[in-house]
Design a protein around this ligand. Structure first.
Ligand code: KG4
Ligand code: ZN
Length: 486
């Protein structure tokens, strides 16, 4: 991901820069040791260029990368992830108390969404406005354009969710809002609306990490599934009970988080307790889908992923043998930039954009071949993560697939099959809850309130970068073992 921390020009900005670097984990040209010290890596000119350091600031010489046990990440990330306050009346959130209602607000990227969810998992009201047309028109998400669209929509979206739920603001117990990661200017629109509503009604407020929301929504009991969704979830091997109501997803579990901005394998030990096994070294999987869809000239307003998936259904997945990324790297990291470049090269070889775009067969073969290799890459990394868990955390026997790309049927079924082969459960949220929505934010609020985690809005701001955790022991690669992994 491209991220340039701000230039160090004044004490205030320097502090800001440190906050950025701390949140980012310091992998681009620097390593953050603690709140006062940053170690720089790479050549001096590269370091200046990467982090925008002015010429008059003296840089320390390059240093080796910190090992996981030396990493200061835990110290500053986890306390914030655990909230900065407690609920006003914690007793109302205990498991024996009567059900409570939480409003969730999401505005981290190009969807303005809100939902009212009951603590038993019933979705009472849900509303959203997508910026599909704007994304199509601008060829992507432009922060200030997206912000203005959020501003136009936010109040009506919240009002719609409450009206659908037949609930007034004061009947709510708490409001939860996505505070990061995402586009700051967009996040702030949702945060301010949610914060003002909470203050007006003296409600608890919960700051929600968007990534945590994606993965925790898999734990929400599914009360209102349509018959089609029941079939869909059963096909994909989830653990619905007889009445198709409850899921029994308990901690710990392994999560593959695949969205437009993230691609990570995480061990989820509990709410706000995560360990990263691996992440992408360049593009996220959703981003690779989006970029490839653009190379093929598809409409990307609603996300390139669904358009590419639909096209891939018509094609031959073995038509073009793209190389599978990183087969020789014995870790759980991902890389999708090379695959995207291979698509570019294939289009050129097949006659260029004009020729390929006019030939539906060629287009669908490229889409299917891209998807096949992307999924093979996922399978390899997940297999390795399963193996790591078997050695180091044997009680883990469940894979959760979450984030926008979890809506992809090929991803769901292939990883479901992989889990079946190793006698693991594979849990995926219903498709409509995979992409950004207000329900996942409200549900994460419920999960956190149950654990007495809340936030004081006097000491809060949104965060563009907000990693769930740092690399832990599990990220240490196993010795290469080609027999079962590749
Ligand atoms: O989670 P999400 O809604 O937003 C982020 O948090 O990024 O994920 C959006 C991403 C987009 O890149 C979109 O192309 C991808 O998820 N996506 C899909 C599918 N549906 C959404 N990718 C592949 N297949 C799909 N069916
Ligand atoms: Zn998302």
């Amino acid at each position: 991901m491209n991220f340039i921390p701000p230039v160090w020009t004044s004490p205030a900005r320097r502090n800001l820069s440190r906050q950025f670097l701390r949140a980012y984990g310091g992998s681009k040209g620097c390593t953050v040791l603690n709140s006062m010290h940053v170690r720089w890596t790479g050549s001096a000119s590269r370091r200046r260029k990467n982090v925008g350091v002015p010429k008059n600031v003296q840089l320390e010489p390059p240093a080796r990368q910190l090992r996981a046990e030396e990493s200061p990440w835990e110290d500053y990330l986890i306390p914030e992830l655990r909230g900065n306050s407690r609920p006003k009346r914690p007793e109302q959130y205990s498991s024996t108390a009567s059900p409570f209602y939480v409003l969730g607000v999401e505005s981290s990227c190009d969807d303005t969404a809100a939902a009212v969810v009951c603590s038993d998992g019933t979705i009472l009201g849900e509303a959203s406005v997508s910026q599909e047309q704007l994304t199509e028109q601008w060829g992507g998400v432009v922060p200030h354009v997206a912000r203005d669209a959020h501003e136009r929509a936010i109040i009506a979206v919240i009002r719609d969710a409450l009206t659908q739920a037949s609930i007034s603001e004061s009947d709510l117990s708490a409001v939860a809002a996505t505070m990061g990661p995402g586009l700051e200017v967009c996040l702030r629109v949702g945060y301010r609306a949610a914060r003002d509503l909470a203050r007006r009604n003296n409600l608890d407020f919960v700051a929600v990490n968007h990534l945590e929301a994606h993965l925790l929504v898999a734990r929400m009991p599914q009360k209102q599934l349509s018959p089609a969704e029941i079939v869909e979830l059963k096909v994909h091997n989830t653990c619905l009970d007889e009445k198709h109501e409850e899921t029994s997803l308990s901690f710990p579990f392994l999560t593959l988080l695949v969205s437009g901005g993230h691609c990570q394998l995480l061990l989820v030990r509990g709410v706000a307790d995560y360990e990263v096994l691996g992440g992408t070294l360049d593009d996220a999987l959703g981003e690779a889908y989006d970029k490839t869809a653009r190379l093929l000239g598809l409409r990307v307003g609603g996300g390139g992923g669904p358009a590419l998936e639909a096209l891939a259904k018509e094609g031959n997945p073995h038509a073009i043998p793209f190389p599978v990324p990183m087969t020789k790297r014995p870790d759980c990291n991902f890389s999708f930039a090379g695959l995207k470049t291979s698509v570019r090269v294939a289009i050129d070889k097949l006659g260029g954009d004009t020729v390929v775009h006019a030939d539906r067969r060629k287009m669908s073969d490229i889409a299917a071949s891209f998807q096949e290799i992307a999924v093979q890459h996922l399978e390899q990394r997940v297999k390795r993560a399963v193996k790591l868990c078997a050695q180091k955390v044997p009680e883990v026997d469940t894979l959760v697939i979450s984030g926008g790309v979890a809506a992809n049927l090929t991803v769901r079924s292939r990883l479901g099959k992989l889990c079946e082969d190793v006698s693991w459960r594979c849990i995926v949220p219903p498709i409509r809850l995979c992409t950004d929505n207000g329900v996942m934010v409200a549900w994460t609020g419920i999960e956190r309130l149950r654990r007495c985690i809340a936030d004081d809005t006097n000491h809060l701001d949104v965060r563009a970068r907000w990693p769930l955790a740092g690399l832990g022991d599990l990220a240490t690669p196993l010795p290469p073992d080609t027999s079962s992994l590749s």
